[in-house]
Design a protein around this ligand. Structure first.
Ligand code: BGC
Length: 241
């Protein structure tokens, strides 16, 4: 009796598959209805070229290693509007105008919501009070702004001029870290923090993404480094209507 019940566990429960599409890796895990992880994170390298069909194939492959879920949330590394991807600077030009929410929903047979990856990371990190800026350091540079917990949509700091004739992403993305080395990259990061504080006058800045672990030395008290797992945990927020 007990085992029969177990195999049927929570057929209608609100388990959310959280997906983080990155320029380097694609990660998934299943969250419970409060956004707590139910499974270990599975990861696969982002296929190259990172076309929509290759990335969707990778997600479907990862899902096979995970538990059942009833809906999915996706963090995407570009501008997303109504489930449609508009830009993808570190993936492939074929993403322009691609209906990711609808196509993935058909592949998974479950409802899917999609948001920018830094927005999702932000939902998993912010306190919900005041002006909170989120920056993610990974292949690209993600940015998200929240006011009292509400997202100000489509903030894209990455491709704005910063210094030495280069953009924030060109100065602080993964390619720049590799080229400049950790020490110089850290120095540039401190300059960027000063610049962003002058621009946004935030109460808090949260820094996440895979390269946040490369931050060395102290940071101002209103700046916090958050775990990269927040990139997945924030996925639950996309279903808060
Ligand atoms: C994109 C952002 C994205 C960031 C991190 C940037 O190149 O323009 O939309 O959030 O990379 O993936």
């Amino acid at each position: 009796m007990a085992s029969a019940k177990k195999s049927n566990e929570h057929p209608d429960s609100k388990r959310t598959l959280a997906v983080d599409i990155g320029g380097t890796g694609i990660k998934v895990m299943v969250l419970d209805e409060n956004g707590r992880p139910l499974t270990e994170r599975s990861r696969v390298g982002t296929p190259q070229p990172a076309t929509p069909s290759a990335v969707l194939g990778a997600i479907v492959g990862l899902v096979k290693k995970q538990d059942a879920f009833s809906r999915a949330s996706v963090g995407f590394p570009g501008v997303v509007r109504n489930g449609i991807t508009e830009t993808a600077p570190n993936l492939n030009p074929a993403w322009k105008g691609f209906n990711l929410a609808q196509t993935l929903s058909r592949r998974l047979g479950k409802p899917v919501r999609v948001a920018n990856d830094a927005d999702v990371q932000g939902f998993g990190a912010i306190t919900g009070r005041g002006v909170e800026l989120v920056v993610t350091l990974g292949t690209g540079l993600g940015s998200a702004l929240f006011v009292n917990g509400r997202l100000v949509p489509n903030l894209e700091v990455a491709h704005h001029a910063f210094r030495k004739g280069k953009t924030y992403e060109e100065n602080l993305g993964n390619a720049a870290l590799k080229k400049a080395g950790k020490k110089k990259w850290n120095k540039t990061l401190r300059r960027a923090i000063l610049e962003l504080e002058r621009l946004f006058n935030y109460d808090f800045l949260f820094i996440g993404g895979g390269n946040a672990k490369k931050i060395a030395g102290g940071l101002p008290t209103n700046v916090k480094v958050v775990s990269n797992v927040a990139g997945l945990l924030g996925g639950i927020a996309l279903w808060r209507d």
